[in-house]
Structures are given as structure tokens and as C-alpha cells.
Design a protein around this ligand. Sequence first.
Ligand code: FE2
Length: 283
Amino acid sequence: MVMLTESQRDDWIRQGFLVLPDFVPVASCHALSEHVASLLAAIDPSDDTTHSVFSTTEQSHANDDWFLESGDKVRWFFEDGAFVNGHLTAPLPTVINKLGHAMHDLDPIFSQFSRTQELAELASELGFTNPLLLQSMYIFKQPTIGGEVVCHTDHTFLWTEPQSVVGFWFALEDATVDNGCLWAIPGGHHIPVKRRFRRDGHGGTTNDIFDNAPYPEAQGVPLEVPAGTLIALHGTLPHWSAPNTSDRSRHAYTLHVIDGDADYLSDNWLQRSSTLPLRGFVG
Ligand code: FE2
């Protein structure tokens, strides 16, 4: 089955992203969110080994074991300011930042959402020959406190040779400029990647900087989309999201897929146990 029109294929090649409204029924988006609410209810906030704050503007998170060991687990991360002296400052569901990074393999509901015929066909049309589902994240983007995600490319974090990662970003709720929708630089995937984030071999992480000049963010466009929309992002496309300044959440689910025919580097931050090998859309 051919899913994409000629002009959508052109958009993908020219812009490096693709916006596909109504890719997922809104009822399925709600069902995933309700499932996540039940997962949050099972978290014990008094366990301070889990008090990891997700921030793309500070490096501390990048070196904590809770994050570095999460590649083959279901773990949770908090907004900055979620804890004072080890105690939650607000109910947990209102200060959680995201879940990651292997729900698609460990949680049947996430697996079902991630392994659809439609997504498998789309991946094939985007050029995958051996797609492997590498990373999943459920992002809450909380009202008024949802933090920014600074401009980056996904290849920086999920490096394969040759480059192969594609991000599939599902809007589970309407995403607007006010509540922190995605922004991207059309055609920016043609800019050589400027940074690689990797393990440093000593229990931490480091960045290889190839080009210190910033991306031309002024050329960015907001990708305002209704719930149920899928946005596909080329792995070298610069993209970001601003803080959520509104009183509405902006839940999203992201799935990062690599090609099994490419080489996934052994010093990438995300590593999986041999007991949980990467799988494709089927099986
Ligand atoms: Fe990203």
C-alpha cells in the first residue's frame, strides 16, 4: 500500500519533516493517556533514587544512573522544582516530565500503540529496510511548568552509521505555540550535525562538538497540530519545543526508529541488555 502522496514525499525530502493529521484515532490517544495515569498512580514518590529531573539546559541529568540505565526500562523523570528537600511540591501527575525509554517493548499497551500496520508502512515508505524500535518517550509538557527542549537533532543522541534514526512524534493532545508545540527548521536536515552526545567510558557522558555555530532558529516554524497527528522528523532535522506557558498540558508520545542495517554505536548513551534485543514493528 502506498501511504504518502507525491507532495508528501517531496515535503519529506525537502523539509525533513512530515505532518500527518488523523494518523491515530483521538480515542486511542486518550486510551494511552489513561493507561499512563494508572502507571503514575503506582509510583512511590518517597523513593529518592528516582528523583531525577529532566532538563535539556543542565547537564546533571545526563550523568545520573537513573537516566543512563533507562534504555531498556520504564523510568520516569521530573520537572525542575518538583522536589524540595526530597518532598514533592505538588501532586506527582502534575510535576512529572516524561517516561522513558523502553515502554514499547515492556508495556503491552505501548507496544500495541507503537506496532501498527500504518506505522510499519510509513517507515517503509520513508526508506527503512530493517526498522528497529529503539526508544519511546511519553512527554507530559505540564501546564505552566513544562520545560523547554532546546534545539537538537535526534542523530546527536541516537547515532548510527550511516545516519538512520527517524523520530515519530504523536500529538496526544492539541499542540499549539502556547502549550509548547514542536518547532523545526524546514530543510535544516541538510545542515551537517553539529554535536554528538555519547558515553565517555568513565560512567558519564560527553559531547563531541563538530561545529559550535548555533542553528538558524529564526528560520524555525511552529508545528501546531491537533491530537491524533503524527509528525515524522528526519534524524538530522533541528527541532525544539518552548516551555508550556499555558494552563493546558501537551502530552505527546515519541518513538525513535533506527535501521538495523546501520551500525548502532556502542558508546551511544542508550544501551540495551542482551536479554531485551531491539525488535521491529512485527513480532
Ligand atoms: Fe528530538
